[in-house]
Design a protein around this ligand. Structure first.
Ligand SMILES: [Fe+2]
Ligand SMILES: [Fe+2]
Length: 278
């Protein structure tokens, strides 16, 4: 992965119109409950990108390169992820009232997305963004590996490639601000650790809760349901999660000397396996 890249806005790699939703092989996925919840939850989180973009645009005010990239590239791509996943869910599970569940998710989740939750400096916020994009790259990389349905495989591989592109831009922006702000390795490590601990916490829980509530009227989503879901996800991840890529992306902002990196990587990959799929 290159250390830097320009912010130039190249043509997008794919668009929702190219996804052959009419060729979905319904019998391969329509009965798969876990897939329904994973895809619905992902579509909700992606569809909130406008909110994240505004928070970040505030944080990066005056940086025209980052602002242009966030507005012209990042936000449209994230929103397209949300639209495409929504369309997939609505095509396969037409009885599901996506909008009602999304509205519930927004009401629950918006309080967690305030600007003051961003990191205090831009370099550190870019590290936090790298962690988030590492998480999404890993998630869609996993879904691409285990997708039971060919149109879904195409869709999640496009999304996964976009997420890796987002990581690359945020890493490039981190390098720019690192020169100015000189964060210590410990500060960077703290942000990585903290963000890792937060990944998939309230957003995943609230997205699943709202999808469940709309799909199962009268049956409130319980902690047992969430834990059952986590067990299945852990089972999927055990065999197919892209651990090595994920760990490499995570530790990259630490800019460890090559030899330390080579020594630490196998240990970290081992640990990551135990954390993701204990
Ligand atoms: Fe995305
Ligand atoms: Fe992304």
């Amino acid at each position: 992965m290159p250390d830097s890249q320009t912010a130039s806005v190249a043509p997008r790699a794919w668009s929702i119109e190219q996804i052959p939703f009419d060729r979905i092989e319904h019998e391969r996925i329509a009965g798969e409950d876990t897939w329904f919840y994973v895809l619905a939850a992902a579509s909700f989180v992606e569809s909130l990108a406008d909110l994240y973009t505004h928070n970040l645009l505030d944080h990066m005010a005056g940086d025209s390169e980052a602002s242009e990239w966030l507005r012209d590239r990042w936000e449209p791509e994230e929103l397209q992820h949300g639209r495409a996943l929504r369309r997939y869910v609505e095509t396969v599970w037409p009885a599901f009232d996506w909008q009602a569940a999304f509205d519930g998710f927004c009401a629950d989740y918006r309080p967690y997305c305030k600007t003051e939750l961003l990191e205090p400096t831009r370099a550190l916020e870019m590290v936090a963004r790298c962690v988030v994009e590492t998480g999404t790259s890993g998630l869609y990389g996993l879904l691409q590996q285990i997708s039971p349905e060919p149109v879904l495989t195409v869709l999640v591989s496009h999304i996964r490639n976009d997420e890796v592109g987002h990581y690359k831009y945020f890493y490039h922006a981190f390098l720019r601000y690192r020169e100015l702000e000189r964060p210590s390795r410990w500060q960077v490590a703290r942000v990585i650790r903290q963000r890792l601990a937060e990944i998939g916490q309230e957003d995943a829980y609230l997205a699943l809760k709202n999808a469940y509530a709309v799909r199962n009227p009268g049956h409130p989503f319980s902690l047992d349901d969430f834990q059952r879901f986590q067990r299945i996800a852990g089972h999927w991840a055990r065999a197919h999660y892209p651990y090595e890529m994920t760990v490499k992306m995570l530790v990259k902002p630490l800019r460890l000397p090559g030899v330390v990196n080579r020594l630490a990587l196998p240990l970290l990959v081992h640990r990551a396996r135990r954390v993701v799929a204990p």
